[in-house]
Design a protein around this ligand. Structure first.
Ligand SMILES: [Zn+2]
Length: 408
């Protein structure tokens, strides 16, 4: 069989030695120590993997620091500054900012992405329209899922529910809610589940985003997931309240998450920035215990969430950077924990958002090279990404850094 492309001399996770990876018609057809023939690209011992999967990002409200003056750095301020900014968003403006983040993410090795997009009386369908165009214009490098999202409540603004449904009819992939901004969080959760069921799509909730251990909405989401037979199609983001609960309560909730099939996105950059405000010493980290959840069988991912806006005035779309940040802040040290963190930005995140993923024969030829011999080293450094192929076609190149010594 003649191959379209061979990536030669790559390291693979969990396997000793170097391997060649052969593509044909956009599919991986062979992985072996040596594959003859075909155009070759030398990996020079870089780790080859299936690319990063971003389970939770907001492309529509990224890169708006030029129009938001952050004073307190609180969640309430972030919501109100963003709400004011989004009323003035145009399709072209959202497209340009989303494209900027999309290109950063691609160049950092992301190949699957779920983005929220706010659809409500202030945003109209302008952000949604822009993301539909982004999804198609960047399909050569990333599979983008669009989550029609009610950021600012439903029961207080009933027209938003109809708008979410319009977006689903017009091509949104799933629906998302934010019970903590709704005066009636339980009714909000029910309404989002009702829409998800009606359109047979997944549901994704921004959940329990503060450090008060009481009044968690998570048990309600777990209960409705079970009652509606929706396991495997529900995600929650943040759940920072878990970092404020005692170990027994956390263990019980983690067991329930696993049993119900509710996946979790941890959003370290935002959680670190927005929680723990108003404390003048021993500032809490405010991160849900991802390592514990993963160990107990919950599908857990780490994700970017926001980039350069009042929720997170930092960011570059790099998931290996987020993995490194989390591992450091979460006190992780053992190799097994660091390896699990790599899974949280790759295979687990892909599983959470329901995409085919993995570097194996018969799978789509989605391959990223990162300048490290194995996943653990990649997270510890964090290592730079070198190049990527999407569906067998080279979709980006960064190249390896080179030291230029003086001539002798
Ligand atoms: Zn979010």
């Amino acid at each position: 069989m003649s191959l379209d492309q061979v990536i030669a001399d790559a390291c693979l996770a969990g396997q000793a030695g170097r391997f060649d990876i052969g593509f044909k018609d956009g599919v991986i057809v062979e992985i072996a120590p040596h594959i003859a023939a075909a155009p070759r690209e030398h990996a020079e011992g870089c780790l080859a993997f299936g690319g990063f999967a971003e389970s939770h990002i907001h492309l529509d409200k990224a890169c708006i620091l030029d129009r938001c003056m952050i004073a307190d750095g609180t969640l309430a301020e972030a919501i109100s500054l963003s709400a004011a900014a989004k009323a003035a968003f145009t399709v072209e403006d959202v497209y340009a900012r989303a494209a900027r983040v999309m290109e950063m993410a691609i160049l950092h090795g992301t190949m699957h992405m779920r983005s929220f997009v706010e659809v409500d009386p202030r945003a109209g369908f302008r952000s949604f329209e822009a993301l539909l165009r982004i999804r198609s214009d960047y399909a050569f490098a990333v599979d983008l899922q669009i989550c029609a999202f009610a950021q600012e409540g439903l029961t207080n603004e009933p027209e938003t529910a109809a708008m979410l449904e319009e977006a689903l009819k017009a091509g949104a992939d799933l629906v998302g809610g934010c019970p903590y901004t709704d005066p009636d969080p339980v009714a909000h959760v029910s309404a989002i589940f009702d829409i998800a069921e009606r359109y047979d799509v997944a549901a994704d909730f921004h959940t329990d985003f503060d450090l008060d251990p009481e009044r968690a909405i998570l048990p309600e989401i777990i209960a409705q997931t079970l009652a509606r037979g929706y396991g495997g199609r529900v995600s929650v983001g943040h759940v920072t309240k878990l970092s404020a609960m005692g170990p027994e309560r956390v263990a019980r909730l983690v067991e329930q998450l696993e049993g119900a099939g509710v996946a979790v996105s941890i959003l370290p950059a935002t959680d670190l920035f927005l929680t723990g405000r108003g404390v003048d010493r021993l500032i809490p980290r405010g991160l849900a215990p991802a390592a514990l959840m993963a160990e107990c069988g919950v599908v857990v991912s780490l994700a970017t969430n926001n980039v350069l806006n009042p929720f997170t005035p930092f960011g570059d779309g790099s998931l290996i950077r987020i993995a490194n940040l989390f591992a450091n802040v979460a006190h992780l040290a053992r190799d097994s924990d660091i390896a699990a963190v790599f899974d949280m930005v790759t295979v687990n995140a892909a599983r959470q958002i329901g995409v085919r993923y993995g570097l194996a024969v018969g799978m789509p030829a989605d391959v990223v090279l990162i300048d490290a011999p194995d996943p653990i080293s990649a997270v510890r450094q964090p290592a730079p990404v070198v190049a990527g192929w999407k569906g067998g076609r080279r979709s980006f190149v960064r190249g390896r850094a080179q030291l230029l010594r003086p001539a002798k």
